[in-house]
Every structure is written in structure tokens, then in C-alpha cells.
Ligand binder design. Structure first.
Ligand code: GAP
Length: 453
């Protein structure tokens, strides 16, 4: 079997496990689904929160120079005009001339083996025509056009030009529009950052690869305001911090790659971009981005809104509009990287086993507690005492008394629970329990006092 097939099989196994065990479901599935949307079940939402909380702790709570914000998703349409999104937030699109289905032109060309980096719309059209590239349905394709990816809506009862708004395609603009508020409320010294987590929406032409390319997803973004003379050093610092983040997610160092993005491929606002790519089962793809956005956004606000965005160096008359380094993290891509790193198959006692080798701090459930036999009242009572104590301490603890012990272990392995605790007849005598470890499957005898302290 080819390497690609093995990787695709792994991706399919992860998608199937995610659905079967209540991590992630297709959005609106009972109605046939809504492409590019995903719903999180009990385990998925906890995994997602663990990742987002870890990020918040690392980049906001543990630092002195960071301010958290939570801006509205709907924003004044002038935000998106000034930011350039109305004019330039586009993807290249081709239409199947028979079915009218639309596809990303760059994806079709890449899949056909062509390098599309920096190609204009005309050049892409020429490549398609010269090489008679067809749609995935085998039909002729239209010429390549641009397609704006913002979801448009109207705010209020009147549906006219002035009521247009957009679901934000990035959380960043909600940060820029609050820069002045934070400056006026907190008087921070440069450099300082504003951090935000929240939903972003993009009308992707072809959402694909599970949650990797969704139409509704979550971002964790920082706009780090700096003196422009320091941008190179600050950029390097952020490269280091991004690696600390991927380490904290438990991603193998050798699977994370830096890609220096060439000028032709950088977003319209960026003077330097490094994409951090990850070896996903679907191939090496973007996990997150780091960009030097200069003073592009604050100057746009200053010019369009007529508000002064200058920062005054304390105790001096020196004023300037700060520049910005922007690390932008996608939550779904982090989840996908964590799940594909954790997914493992091995053999235990001659039987195939599937388990998620999740780092303990990300696992949705930390302990599963069981009485050895569920029909022995004294074991159940004792096990309940242990369960209550662990639950009070950790929260993410479950009671699991279904099936035999072997089945319980397999079930917990599959969702990445690091420890299974079993209360047996010896526990009644000596107040010890068996703690079985997920990865090694080793079992140790531990005193209840030590376990719950
Ligand atoms: N504010 C900068 C910005 O939004 P971006 O490279 O367009 O930059 C940042 O997006 C990150 O958001 C990406 O690296 C990725 O992790 C995530 N992302 C972007 N589009 C996505 C999509 N359609 N589905 C899931 N995640 C996405």
C-alpha cells in the first residue's frame, strides 16, 4: 500500500473514532449536514477547551504584557473596507461548466502537480486550458475568477447598503479596533499584546479534510504592538514562542516546519510571514501563521475612522503608530494535529488495540474509576468514595462499570484516558487500588490516600 493510502487510512480512522466516541460530528447531520461545519460532542468540547485554556494560560495569564479581549463577531462594515477584506479577501475559483459546481483553482492545479505559488488568475487560467485540466467530475472548467470569502449579512430590520455587515473572517480586527480602548484604560508600555479567542467564518469554496478547512472555525490571535525599530528581534522571539506552543501541544519537533512565505504569496498586509506547517496525515499543511503586519491596520483605522492611533512613549513627546507582530493560531488545526499525533494502534495480548496517546493535560478525561464487579455492593460503595474524591479534585473523572475490565480499558484507551482506577476485594482490606496506565498498560498498586491527596 502506498504511503499516501496509509496516511489517508489514518485520517479516516481518526474521523471515524471522533464520531463514534463523541468528539466531533458533522454539523446539522440529521438534516443531511451543512458542508464545512462541525459540532463538538462531550469529549471534543473538552479537548478543545483544554487546548484553548492552555493557550490562554501560556500567552495571557502567565505574562505581564498581554491583555485579553472578547470583541463582537458582527462589526461595522467599515472595518472590513478599511482592512482590505472587502476588496482582497478572495480565493481563485473555477466553475464546472456542466454541473456549475465550484472549485478552488489553485487546489485543482496543485492536485494535478503544478506549482501555483504567486500565479496570477490569468496564468492559472492558461495552465488549466493549455493542459486541459478538467473538474473532478471530468468536465470543462470556466476561467479563473476571484471569490470573496466573507459571509455577508444585514443588521437590523432594513435591508439596504448601510445595514451590510459580515461575519468576521479573522478575529484580528476585533483586536485592532480595541487597541485604543486598552491604551486609554491601561496605559501599557510597548511592547504589549492583545489576545483574543473566538469564532471566525470563511465561505471556503471547497471545505475539506475533516475540520482542517472549515467554514466556521475558531482562532486564537495575538496582535503584539511594538516599536518598529525592534520588529526583526520581536519576530524571532515569536518564532521561539510558537515552537514552545507546539511543544506544549505534544507535537513531535520533527513534524513541525517553518515555511518562509514569499512576497507574492503573503497576505496583502504582511511584510514577513512564516507559516508553521505540520505533517498531518493528509500531508504537510499550514498549522498556524506568524506575520509582521507593520502599522497597516492601525494606520487604516486612523485614516478611515479619523481617530489618532499614536502611542506616546512615557515621559517624552515621542509619538508613533506602533507596528504589529501577529501570531495567528487555528484551534481546529491544533485539534487535528493533536489527534493525529495521539492516534496509535498496537497489539496487546495478541489483540489489536487503538488508543489516543494524548498528553495528560489535554486528555478530556483523566481518570476512569470502576469497581471490579458492579454487582458487589461493598466494591461499588468503596469505588464511589474514590470516584467522588477524584472528581472533586480533578473534575474530568468518569465512572465506568460497563462490561468486563478488559473492555473498560479498551474503551478508555480509545478516548485517551491516561489512568483507569479499579477497586477490588484487596481495596476493602488495605485501602489500595489498581491504577492502570494507558500507554504502557502497566498496573500499579497505589494507596487511595496517595491517589486522592
Ligand atoms: N489574522 C490572520 C489570519 O487570519 P490566516 O492565515 O488566514 O491568518 C490563521 O489564518 C489561521 O487560522 C491558520 O493558520 C489556520 O490555523 C486557521 N484557519 C484559517 N482558515 C481556516 C479554515 N478555513 N478552517 C480552519 N482553520 C482555518
Amino acid at each position: 500500500m502506498s504511503d499516501k493510502n496509509i496516511k489517508n487510512e489514518k485520517m479516516e480512522a481518526i474521523v471515524s473514532l471522533a464520531k463514534r466516541r463523541g468528539f466531533i460530528y458533522q454539523g446539522s447531520e440529521v438534516y443531511g449536514g451543512l458542508s464545512g461545519t462541525w459540532d463538538y460532542g462531550p469529549l471534543g468540547v473538552t479537548l478543545k477547551r483544554n487546548i484553548m485554556n492552555l493557550w490562554w494560560k501560556m500567552f495571557v495569564d502567565d505574562r505581564e504584557d498581554m491583555y485579553g479581549v472578547d470583541a463582537a463577531i458582527l462589526m461595522n462594515q467599515n472595518v472590513w473596507k478599511a482592512s482590505g477584506h472587502v476588496d482582497t479577501f478572495t480565493d481563485p475559483l473555477v466553475e464546472d461548466l456542466e454541473t456549475k459546481q465550484r472549485f478552488r483553482a489553485d487546489h485543482l492545479l496543485k492536485d494535478a502537480g503544478y506549482d501555483v505559488d504567486g500565479l496570477s488568475l490569468e496564468a492559472m487560467t492558461k495552465l488549466i486550458q493549455d493542459n486541459t485540466i478538467k473538474s473532478p467530475n471530468g468536465n470543462e472548467l470556466s476561467e479563473v475568477r476571484t471569490f470573496n470569502m466573507m459571509f455577508k449579512t444585514t443588521v437590523g430590520p432594513v435591508d439596504d447598503e448601510s445595514s451590510i455587515s459580515y461575519l468576521r473572517p479573522e478575529t484580528a480586527q476585533g483586536i485592532f479596533t480595541n487597541y485604543k480602548n486598552i491604551l486609554d484604560s491601561y496605559y501599557p508600555d510597548l511592547p504589549f499584546g492583545l489576545a483574543q479567542q473566538g469564532k471566525a467564518f470563511r465561505n471556503e469554496i471547497s471545505p475539506r479534510d475533516f475540520i482542517f478547512r472549515s467554514r466556521e472555525f475558531e482562532q486564537m490571535e495575538i496582535e503584539y504592538f511594538i516599536d518598529p525599530s525592534t520588529w526583526e528581534a520581536e519576530f524571532e522571539k515569536w518564532i521561539g514562542l510558537v515552537h514552545e506552543w507546539t511543544n506544549a501541544l505534544g507535537l513531535p519537533v520533527e513534524s513541525v516546519h517553518e515555511l518562509e512565505v514569499g512576497e507574492a504569496d503573503r497576505a496583502h498586509y504582511s511584510k514577513r510571514t512564516v507559516d508553521f506547517e505540520f505533517d498531518f496525515p493528509i500531508g504537510r499543511e499550514e498549522l498556524l501563521g506568524l506575520a509582521y503586519r507593520t502599522d497597516f491596520d492601525l494606520m487604516n483605522i486612523q485614516n478611515a475612522a479619523g481617530k489618532n492611533m499614536e502611542y506616546t512613549v512615557k515621559g517624552t513627546n515621542t509619538k508613533f503608530v506602533p507596528h504589529v507582530i501577529e501570531p495567528s493560531f487555528g484551534v481546529e488545526r491544533a485539534i487535528m494535529a493533536v489527534l493525529s499525533t495521539a492516534y496509535t494502534e498496537d497489539e496487546v495480548n495478541g489483540e489489536k488495540r487503538i488508543y489516543l496517546k494524548l498528553p495528560e493535560h489535554l486528555a478530556p478525561i483523566k481518570y476512569a474509576v470502576s469497581p471490579l464487579l458492579k454487582n458487589k455492593e461493598e466494591l461499588v460503595v468503596k469505588a464511589r468514595e474514590v470516584y467522588d474524591a477524584l472528581k472533586k479534585k480533578h473534575g474530568n473523572v468518569v465512572w465506568d462499570d460497563n462490561g468486563n475490565i478488559g473492555k473498560r480499558y479498551r474503551r478508555q484507551d480509545e478516548i485517551g484516558t491516561p489512568y483507569c482506577v479499579v477497586i477490588d476485594f484487596d481495596s476493602l482490606e488495605d485501602n489500595t487500588v489498581t491504577v492502570r496506565e494507558r500507554d504502557s498498560t502497566e498496573q500499579r498498586r497505589v494507596s487511595i490516600e496517595e491517589l486522592c491527596q
